[in-house]
Ligand binder design. Structure first.
Ligand code: IPM
Ligand code: MG
Length: 357
């Protein structure tokens, strides 16, 4: 049966990079009988400009009805002064929360061709293959109460709540252990258990879940140390599991080990592997509309969509191999360009991936 895919390009470079992923999917429809129907809608600032909200209820309903969602990026200067309740980011957060996408998989995989593109020495990053499993619908991003209040003395105070229930920790831990079982069977859980009770519980629950996976070696690391170890000896990591905010930060850091944040794909999954797929990077408003952004993170996110939600592992591998071939050919967008390579535009990169399929 034809699978329904909702495309949400969003803001900034979102429309440009998403168009390239759609190009790749269209090519696979023709060449490999990929049976999907794609429809497009608005999210983020683009939705706010039309509907006055960063995600219309009709769009939310379409996302629920779809088999998978492919999203570009949200946000931009234009909407920065809006009330926080209608900022572009809220559209994305609503999708994650209402679709129950608690498991965010962010693979920091270094294509061998890009070993010199990282700011770290090639010998430090060569062979790097880390999977960051980020909890995505809880923690300080969603904890209540939250807000900005005025104290009795007239001073304003901002506050958020960092909270995780046992069941939330358990289910993300299971996702991480299961991922580790398919890889090198090593899991690092990242917390701040020396200071925060919420992550003291996190550590306890991860240790309880670990009993179900005796083959997996588990270690625990404080987040500050993990941030340091990622640049010191990144290859010590296989799977990392952590909460929403730590995962947000560490995945941006890990992306630079792979040469550019423009290479980092992601999948956000619910309990049944229904998912939303998006590059881990933002909307880069400074380079929007110039046809220079790197579309590979989005194209690789489309590959993850084929793997996890559309049952086409074969085509996921096909896309990943095509990306490898394009890098072999020396084609690079500006963010991963090095002397001796050919600098290409966003759309030329998409064309090259299609040609390499
Ligand atoms: C990400 C982004 C988002 C987040 C923003 C855009 C809300 O940084 O997906 O990592 O913080 O989760
Ligand atoms: Mg982020």
């Amino acid at each position: 049966m034809t699978k329904q895919v909702l495309i949400l390009p969003g803001d900034g470079i979102g429309p440009e990079i998403t168009a390239e992923a759609v190009k790749v999917l269209e090519a696979l429809k023709k060449s490999d009988g990929l049976d999907i129907a794609m429809t497009e809608d608005l999210v983020g600032g683009a939705a706010y400009d039309v509907h006055g909200v960063p995600l219309a209820d009709e769009t939310m309903a379409k996302a629920h009805a779809a088999d998978a969602v492919l999203l570009g990026a949200v946000g931009g200067y234009k909407w920065e002064s809006l009330d926080i309740s209608v900022r572009p980011e809220k559209g994305l957060l609503r999708l994650r929360k209402e679709m129950g996408l608690f498991a965010n998989l962010r693979p920091a995989y270094l294509f061998p061709q890009l070993a010199d593109a990282s700011t770290l020495k090639p010998e430090v990053v060569a062979g790097l293959d880390i999977l960051i499993v980020r909890e995505l619908t809880g923690g300080i991003y969603f904890g209540q109460p939250r807000g900005i209040r005025v104290l009795e003395n007239g001073e304003r105070q901002g506050y958020n709540t960092y909270v995780y229930s046992e069941s939330e920790i358990k289910r993300i831990a299971h996702v991480a252990f299961q991922a580790a079982m398919k890889r090198d069977k090593k899991l690092t859980s990242v917390d701040k258990a020396n200071v925060l009770e919420v992550t003291e519980l996190w550590r306890e629950v991860v240790n309880e879940v670990a009993k179900d996976y005796p083959e997996v070696t588990v270690n625990h690391m404080y987040v500050d140390n993990a941030a340091m170890q990622l640049v010191l000896r990144p290859k010590q990591f296989d799977v990392m599991v952590t909460g929403n905010m730590f995962g947000d930060i560490l995945s941006d850091e890990a992306s630079m080990l792979t040469g550019s944040i423009g290479m980092l794909a992601s999948a956000s999954l619910d309990a049944n592997n229904k998912g939303m797929y998006e590059p881990s990077h933002g909307s880069a408003p400074d380079i929007a509309g110039q046809n220079i952004a790197n579309p590979l993170a989005t194209i690789l996110s489309a590959a993850m969509m084929l793997r996890y939600s559309l049952g086409r592992e074969d085509l996921a591998i096909k896309i990943e191999n095509a990306v490898g071939k394009v890098l072999d050919q020396g084609l690079r967008t500006g963010d991963i360009w090095q002397a001796g390579c050919t600098k290409v535009t966003t759309s030329a990169m998409g064309d090259a991936v299609v040609a390499a399929l």
